[in-house]
Design a protein around this ligand. Structure first.
Ligand code: GDP
Length: 360
C-alpha cells in the first residue's frame, strides 16, 4: 500500500486570505499584528513557518478570539494569510483563472476614509467575485480613545466615553455610506445576517489589537459558512499551486516560492511550472521551509521537508527555474500523463495572459 492510500482522500484545506487597501491604511501592520498575536497565543510548535504566507491554525484563532470562536463549531483548519499585501500581488496571484485568495480583508483607515486605492480594491474584488470584509482600522486614533489591548470590539466600545463612541460611529457610518455608494450593501459586522449579500465592517486597531479577535472570528465564520465546499480537496492527490516569487537562493540557485492550494507536493515529484517561453518540466531537488529562529546558526536558513499539503507556502529548489514567472501555475505530474499536465499549465498561462491584456 502506498503512502497516499493511508490518507483520507478528501479533506478541508485552509482558506487563503489576501489583504488589500489604500497605501498607509495599515495592511502590513494588521498582518504583523495577526502574526504577532498568533506567535504569543500559539503553543510551541503550533505556528508553522511558511514561505510567503502565514498559517494561523484554528486553535490559535480560538485562543486569540476567546469566546468569539468555539473551535467545536468549525472543521476548517484555520486561515492562511498571504504575506504580501496589496493589489499587485492580489491580481498577479491566480488559481485556475480566478483569484488565488479565497477571501479578502479590505483595510480602510477610519480617519482617512475612502481613497483612490480603496476604490480600486473594491473594483478588483468585485471583478474577481472574492468575498471580503472591511477592517475599519486605526480606531485607536479617534481623539480621546482609551485603548484596551487585544480586546474584542464590544468590550472596548463599551469602555469609551459617549463622545468617543459617537465619533467612531460617525466614521464607521461614513465608510458604510461609501460602500453603499459603490453598490455594496454593508453594515457593522454584528448586524450582518447574510455575509454573501452584505459586507461586514469590523472596527479594528492594528496597533492595539482591538477588534482583531472579531476580525479573525468573522473571517473564520464566513469561510466555514459559505466556502466549506470549495475547501474540499483531494489532499493526497498531485499538488497544484501558484508561483509567488522567483528568487536566487545561495546554495540552491534559482528557486520558486509558491502557494500550494490543492493536493500534496513531494520532494520526489516532477513538476510543471509556467515559464516565459514554455512550461518548464523539472524534478524537485528540495522542498524548503524556514528553519525555526532558534536553530539558525551557521546552517542554512531553510530546512528540507519530504512533503507538504495544501494550503501552504513552500520554497522549491529545482533545475531550470530561471524562466519561471510570478503568478504562473505549478502542477505535480506524479502518475498523470506528462503531456496532459503540460497542456493544463499552458492553458492556464494563456488565460492569465488574456486577462492581463484586458485589464491593461
Ligand atoms: P500599509 O501601507 O497599508 O501596509 O500601511 P502600514 O501598515 O505600513 O501602516 C502605515 C502607518 O500607519 C504606519 O506608520 C503604522 O504604524 C500606522 N498604523 C497602522 N495601523 C495603525 C493603527 O491601527 N493605529 C495607529 N495609531 N497607527 C497605525
Amino acid at each position: 500500500m502506498s503512502d497516499s492510500d493511508t490518507h483520507d482522500p478528501t479533506s478541508l484545506r485552509t482558506p487563503i486570505v489576501a489583504v488589500l487597501g489604500h497605501v498607509d491604511h495599515g495592511k502590513t501592520s494588521l498582518l504583523d499584528k495577526i502574526r504577532g498575536s498568533a506567535v504569543i497565543e500559539g503553543e510551541a510548535g503550533a505556528i508553522t513557518q511558511h514561505i510567503g504566507a502565514t498559517a494561523v491554525p484554528l486553535d490559535v484563532i480560538s485562543s486569540i478570539a476567546g469566546e468569539l470562536v468555539d473551535p467545536d463549531d468549525f472543521d476548517l483548519p484555520g486561515l492562511l494569510f498571504i504575506d504580501t499585501p496589496g493589489h499587485h500581488s492580489f491580481t498577479t496571484l491566480r488559481s485556475r483563472g480566478g483569484a488565488l485568495a479565497d477571501i479578502a480583508i479590505l483595510v480602510v483607515d477610519v480617519n482617512d476614509g475612502f481613497q483612490p486605492q480603496t476604490l480600486e480594491a473594491l473594483d478588483i474584488l468585485q471583478r474577481s467575485q472574492t468575498p471580503f470584509i472591511v477592517a475599519a482600522n486605526k480606531i485607536d486614533t479617534v481623539p480621546g480613545w482609551n485603548a484596551n489591548e487585544d480586546s474584542p470590539i464590544n468590550a472596548t466600545y463599551e469602555a469609551q466615553s459617549d463622545r468617543v463612541r459617537s465619533r467612531l460611529d460617525e466614521s464607521l457610518y461614513e465608510i458604510i455610506g461609501n460602500l453603499s455608494d459603490e453598490g455594496f450593501s454593508a453594515d457593522l459586522y454584528w448586524r450582518v445576517q447574510n455575509f454573501q449579500r452584505n459586507v461586514g465592517v469590523v472596527p479594528v486597531s492594528a496597533m492595539t489589537g482591538e477588534g482583531v479577535p472579531d476580525l479573525l472570528a468573522v473571517m473564520m465564520g464566513l469561510s466555514q459558512r459559505y466556502m466549506k465546499e470549495e475547501m474540499e480537496i483531494d489532499v493526497a492527490g498531485p499538488g497544484v499551486g501558484t508561483v509567488l516569487e522567483v528568487k536566487e537562493e545561495k546554495g540552491f540557485g534559482k528557486t520558486i516560492d509558491l502557494v500550494l492550494y490543492d493536493g500534496t507536493l513531494r520532494a520526489s515529484d516532477t513538476i510543471v511550472v509556467g515559464g516565459t517561453n514554455e512550461p518548464i518540466v523539472t524534478d524537485v531537488r528540495a522542498l524548503l521551509q524556514p528553519r525555526p529562529l532558534e536553530e539558525i546558526r551557521t546552517e542554512s536558513r531553510f530546512e528540507k521537508v519530504d512533503e507538504v499539503s495544501a494550503a501552504t507556502g513552500i520554497k522549491v529548489a529545482a533545475p531550470d527555474l530561471g524562466d519561471a514567472i510570478a503568478g504562473a501555475p505549478v502542477r505535480v505530474i506524479r502518475d498523470r500523463d506528462r503531456a496532459d499536465v503540460v497542456a493544463e499549465v499552458e492553458d492556464e498561462l494563456a488565460s492569465i495572459a488574456v486577462d492581463t491584456e484586458e485589464a491593461g
